[in-house]
Ligand binder design. Structure first.
Ligand code: CMC
Length: 374
C-alpha cells in the first residue's frame, strides 16, 4: 500500500532560505534572525527587504526603498472604479483578491516573451503589491463604513500611513508600534498553505500576480489566515469571561474547532504568540477594556487546561486589530498586506530554482469498467 501523507503532514517538499520554523526550540527565524528581535527593532520596510534579499538593508538602501514605496502607494483610477463596482456585501478578502487580480491584468510589463518570470520585473511587482495593498485594504475598510478613501501620505512610514489611510487620524505611537509588530510577525512562516499555494502556481511559470491571487484564496480559510477573523466571532459569540466554561463544554461536545488554537507545526505553543500577546497588552491597557482582557485570559486558560492545545498568532492578533479599530472582516486582509512579503519572497525563490510541483495520488475509485453497449 502506498504511503499517503494526508494534508502533506510531515512531508518536506523543498528547501527554503527564507525562514526556519523550529517547533523543538519554539523559534522562528527570518533569514537567520529571530522574529522577536526583528519585531523589537526593525521597521516593517526593513524586514520586507530582508525577506526579499536575504540581508537587512543599509540605511541608504532602506531610505531608497522607503522613497520608492511611498511613491507607489496611490491607487490607479481603475482600482478605485473596481472598488466602486464590487457589491458592498462582498467579503473584504474577495475584494482584495479581485483587486490584486486586476492589478495583474493592468500590468503592462507582463506582455512579451519571458516577462511572466523575469526576476527584475518580479521584484518590481512585489514592491508594487507591497505598496498598494495597504491603500486597497484601507479603502475597503472605509467603504464598509460609507466613507471615501483617504489618499496616502508620503511623510509617514508604512505602519503609520496604513492607519492614517484607514482612520484619518493616528493612534498613540505605542498603538502604531503594535500594528508594526503584527505586520512583522505575520510576514512569513515557511511552507504554510497559502505560501505553498503561491509556490505551486509559481512552479508552473505563471506570473507573480496569479500566484498571489491563489495565495489570498488559500489564506481566506479559517483553518489558516481566516482564523484571526474567526477568533473575534467566537469572542462575540461567548460574550463574557463567566460564560466561557459552559460555552466551551458545549463547543467541545459538538466537536467544534476553537479558532486561534492549534497549529500543524507547533505543538507546544506558537513562537510568535508571546510577542503579539505583549503587544496586545499595550492596547488592552490603553483601552481599559477589562472585559475583553478577562475573556481572552479565561478562554485560553480553560481551553489549554482541557485540551493541551495552545494559542496561535491569530489568537492575540484578532483582539489587537479590534482594539485598533478595524472591522472583524478586515483582519485577514491585514494578514494579506503583511504576508505578501513572504509570499513574493517564496515566489522569487521558487522561480530561481524551479521544478514543477506535481505530486502523485493513489486512486481509490472504481476499477476499470465499460460503458454498457446499446
Ligand atoms: N480546537 C479544537 N480541537 C482542536 C483544535 C482546535 N483549535 N486544533 C486541533 N484540535 C484537535 C483536533 O480536533 C484533533 O483531535 P482528534 O485527534 O481528537 O481528532 C487534534 O487536535 C489534531 O488536530 P488536527 O486538526 O488534525 O491537526 P492539524 O495539524 O491538521 O491542525 C489546525 C492544525 C490549525 C488546522 C487546527 O489546530 C485548527 O483547526 N485550529 C483552529 C483554526 C486556527 O486557529 N487556524 C490558524 C492556524 S495558525 C496561523 C495561521 O495559519 O493563520
Amino acid at each position: 500500500m502506498t504511503d499517503i501523507h494526508k494534508g502533506l503532514a510531515g512531508v518536506v517538499v523543498d528547501t527554503t532560505a527564507v525562514s526556519k520554523v523550529n517547533p523543538e526550540t519554539n523559534s522562528l527565524l527570518y533569514r537567520g534572525y529571530p522574529v522577536q528581535e526583528l519585531a523589537a527593532t526593525q521597521p516593517f520596510e526593513a524586514v520586507t527587504l530582508l525577506l526579499w534579499h536575504g540581508e537587512l538593508p543599509t540605511a541608504d538602501e532602506l531610505a531608497a526603498f522607503e522613497r520608492e514605496e511611498r511613491a507607489l502607494r496611490p491607487l490607479d483610477p481603475r482600482t478605485l472604479a473596481l472598488l466602486d463596482t464590487l457589491p458592498g456585501t462582498a467579503h473584504p478578502m474577495d475584494v482584495v483578491r479581485t483587486v490584486v487580480s486586476q492589478l495583474g491584468a493592468c500590468d503592462d510589463t507582463l506582455h512579451g516573451p519571458g516577462a511572466w518570470t523575469d526576476p527584475e520585473l518580479d521584484l518590481a511587482r512585489a514592491r508594487y503589491l507591497f505598496a498598494q495593498l495597504p491603500t486597497v485594504v484601507a479603502a475597503v475598510q472605509r467603504r464598509r463604513r460609507g466613507l471615501a478613501p483617504i489618499p496616502p501620505r508620503d511623510d509617514l512610514d508604512y505602519a503609520s500611513n496604513f492607519l492614517w489611510m484607514t482612520f484619518g487620524e493616528l493612534p498613540s505611537a505605542a498603538a502604531v508600534d503594535v500594528f508594526r509588530v503584527s505586520m512583522v510577525l505575520y510576514a512569513e512562516h515557511s511552507f504554510n498553505a497559502s505560501t505553498f499555494t503561491a509556490r505551486v502556481i509559481a512552479s508552473t511559470t505563471a506570473d507573480l500576480y496569479s500566484a498571489v491571487v491563489g495565495a489570498i484564496g488559500a489564506l481566506k480559510g479559517p483553518l489558516h489566515g481566516g482564523a484571526n477573523e474567526a477568533v473575534m466571532h467566537l469572542f462575540d459569540e461567548i460574550g463574557s469571561a463567566e460564560r466561557v466554561g459552559p460555552w466551551l463544554d458545549r463547543a467541545l461536545a459538538e466537536k467544534r474547532k476553537i479558532m486561534g488554537f492549534g497549529h500543524r507545526v507547533y505543538k507546544r505553543g506558537d513562537s510568535r504568540v508571546p510577542t503579539m500577546r505583549a503587544a496586545l497588552e499595550v492596547l488592552l491597557e490603553e483601552s481599559g477594556d477589562t472585559g475583553l482582557a478577562e475573556l481572552y485570559e479565561t478562554l485560553e486558560r480553560e481551553f489549554v487546561a482541557r485540551k493541551g492545545i495552545y494559542p496561535n498568532l491569530d489568537y492575540p492578533s484578532g483582539p489587537a486589530y479590534r482594539l485598533l479599530g478595524f472591522d472583524t472582516e478586515i483582519f485577514t486582509p491585514l494578514f494579506v498586506a503583511a504576508r505578501v512579503t513572504g509570499w513574493t519572497a517564496h515566489i522569487m525563490e521558487q522561480a530561481a530554482a524551479n521544478a514543477l510541483i506535481r505530486p502523485l495520488s493513489a486512486y481509490d475509485g472504481p476499477e476499470e469498467r465499460h460503458v454498457p453497449q446499446g
